[in-house]
Ligand binder design. Structure first.
Ligand SMILES: [Zn+2]
Ligand SMILES: [Zn+2]
Length: 196
């Protein structure tokens, strides 16, 4: 156990390091500045305006954000989280998400809703460490999301949680399913944003 608390090798490059990741790799764990991103898909777009694609597709209903860019060291952390044997990684990842949420200035959330996956993925662990109520009311069928019967999200501000946002379509689809429960507001937050 001590080995996990005081790892002697960097998780990513395996250089000797007193911390989870060495000094070099740690530079990749810097929060993305939300002011440099499109608030709807979180691609780079100076000045916090909607990017051309979001404007064209009128994606005004779902604000999406991530804590970190999906650089190789961050990919390593996500890969290890996916195994599910390292809950402390989800805990530190969630800490980055909490810090990012403070900078985003979103409305106070009532519920965190992890994106369900077919295999063991860390979204549920991440949600658990976000200091709030977690609801698993979102389910996944073969090719679509649906809301669990009796889900109590009406009038609530909810935040969808996932480990990585790629093109954002999974979050969009999940948000569509949530809308059937009449939430007041839906946001989506992920640990990492895939590079584009
Ligand atoms: Zn390293
Ligand atoms: Zn956009």
């Amino acid at each position: 156990m001590l080995h996990f608390l005081f790892p002697s090798l960097c998780l990513h490059c395996e250089e000797r390091s007193p911390n989870l990741v060495c000094k070099n790799c740690a530079t990749f764990f810097e929060l993305i500045d939300p002011l440099t991103r499109c608030p709807f898909c979180f691609t780079e777009n100076e000045g916090r305006h909607a990017c051309p694609e979001c404007r064209e597709k009128k994606r005004w209903r779902l604000r999406c954000a991530s804590a970190l860019d999906f650089t190789p060291p961050v990919q390593t952390v996500v890969g290890k989280m996916q195994g599910g044997q390292m809950p402390y990684l989800a805990k530190t990842a969630a800490a980055f998400m909490v810090m990012q949420m403070e900078r985003l200035g979103w409305d106070e959330p009532d519920l965190f809703i992890p994106i369900p996956h077919h295999f063991l993925f860390p979204s549920t662990h991440l949600a658990k460490y976000l200091n709030g109520k977690v609801s698993t009311c979102l389910r996944r069928g073969i090719d679509q999301f649906y809301l669990k019967r009796g889900a109590q999200i009406e009038g609530k501000t909810v935040v969808l949680i996932d480990h990585v946002m790629k093109r954002g379509t999974v979050l969009q689809d999940a948000a569509e399913a949530l809308r059937e429960g009449f939430p007041k507001k839906i946001y989506a937050l992920t640990y990492a944003r895939a590079l584009y």
